[in-house]
Design a protein around this ligand. Structure first.
Ligand code: NAD
Ligand code: DAU
Length: 351
């Protein structure tokens, strides 16, 4: 069996659903169920004997030890994190705790488990640490894309805490020989993303007739990847990646934010006609320290492991918009009092 952390969040839930659609190997999902989790996301697995859930904090070493003893996983895929840049600006300490301390605690529990395995099982054990391109900082308009040799230059409390976790993961390979691999991916979008991030926020606000808040000039560029393609890349790294290596994952889909929002508006005009969504676009005060451009050169992953994305931005965004239109109950579920407080805190003070 494999152990997945953060499996009730956006990418982790997509990873578990895709995994169980393709494999019979069981999964144990370790998740604390923070605001970013929706346990109903995996309701379809409630009666599936291949799926187990443990509500555990990755900062809790004692509880993690018990999970490893109970399930004896052959691999760990570590998604659990605080993941939203704007929240890290309002409250960095949660990010330091979960992303740095949580990863350190999980690495320690994994090391104890790995050391207890017979030789052959210890050799095939794998730990995949799921990280972000944001650890490399910000690119200028004509800079070459990030690659595995790019320098770490994190700019936000979120990316700095993820950089800390990447360094710990690397150290466990170099110091202890634990078979750890790190993946650094660009911006994901797709079904089940919490509507605090750009694409789902714009879809749900547009449908509700609310403002579509563009930070600053809207010319910041992100390299968008459909979540199913991120999941297939992680499966490939788990299967055939080399321990100790870093793998960058991207979508070859650099887009300025304003273009992304215009495309969402025109997709909604086709699938949910009624409003003139473009008129809802509003410019608001920029994010402090806002990174200008991310772009990924994923040629190592393509060359060594034969991975490439299946979706392009047009097909992926079409699927995403349709998913949100067909899953309004899921959206209503996550728009709790806590969500509304966050929206007021983050957008209320912006001019
Ligand atoms: P998310 O915020 O949607 O989900 C995070 C999950 O982790 C939630 O289910 C939450 O309950 C859980 N969690 C948080 N703190 C925990 C703790 N202390 N113990 C146990 N569980 C805890 O995040 P996401 O967007 O799915 O991102 C998953 C991972 O992928 C993160 O590590 C993130 O840094 C990385 N990543 C995300 C993107 C992206 O575009 N979303 C891109 C590249 C990398
Ligand atoms: O690059 C990978 C990273 O992508 C992940 O590691 C993070 O977990 C994930 O949140 C994402 O970070 P970003 O900050 O790039 O994503 P976000 O969706 O928050 O914002 C995307 C862009 O849109 C960014 O330039 C900020 C802008 N934006 C965002 C929001 C929420 C707006 O203009 N308005 C908004 O309301």
């Amino acid at each position: 069996m494999i152990l997945v952390t953060g499996g009730c969040g956006f990418i982790g839930s997509n990873f578990i659903l895709d995994w169980l659609a393709a494999h019979d190997e069981p999964v144990v999902n370790v998740d604390l169920l923070t605001y970013a989790a929706n346990p109903k996301t995996l309701a379809s697995l409630a009666a599936d004997a291949r799926y187990a859930f443990e509500r555990v904090d990755v900062c809790d070493g004692v509880a993690l030890k018990a999970v490893f003893a109970k399930y004896q996983p052959r691999a760990v895929v570590h998604f659990a994190a605080e993941s939203h840049v704007d929240r890290s600006i309002h409250g960095p300490m949660d990010f330091v705790k979960t992303n740095v301390m949580g990863t350190a605690t999980l690495l320690e529990a994994s090391r104890a488990h790995w050391k207890s395995l017979p030789d052959a099982e210890a050799k095939s054990f794998r730990f995949v640490h799921v990280s972000t391109d944001e650890v490399f900082g910000s690119l200028g308009a004509t800079d070459p894309k990030f690659n595995e040799l790019s320098q770490y230059q994190p700019n936000s409390p979120y990316s700095a805490s993820k950089a800390g976790s990447d360094h710990l993961a690397r150290a466990y390979f170099h110091t202890y020989g634990m078979p750890v691999m790190v993946t650094n991916c660009s911006n994901n979008y797709g079904p089940r993303q919490f509507p605090e991030k750009l694409i789902p926020l714009m879809i749900v606000n547009a449908l509700a007739g609310k403002a579509l808040p563009i930070y600053g000039d809207g010319q910041q560029i992100r390299d968008w990847l459909y979540v199913g393609d991120h999941c297939s890349a992680i499966r490939r790294v788990l299967e055939a990646g080399r321990p100790g290596e870093l793998y960058l994952i991207g979508g070859d889909a650099e887009k300025p934010n304003i273009e992304v929002v215009h495309t969402i508006c025109s997709l909604l005009a086709t699938h949910a006609p009624g409003n003139d969504y473009l008129t809802q676009i509003t410019t608001v005060t920029d994010r402090p320290g806002h990174d200008r451009r991310y772009a990924i050169d994923f040629s190592k992953l393509r060359r060594e492991l034969g991975w490439r994305p299946i979706e392009n931005f047009t097909t992926g965004l079409e699927k995403t918009v349709r998913w949100y239109l067909e899953n309004s109950a899921w959206v209503a579920d996550v728009q709790s009092g806590d969500y509304l407080r966050w929206i007021a805190q983050n957008y209320g003070a912006r001019a």
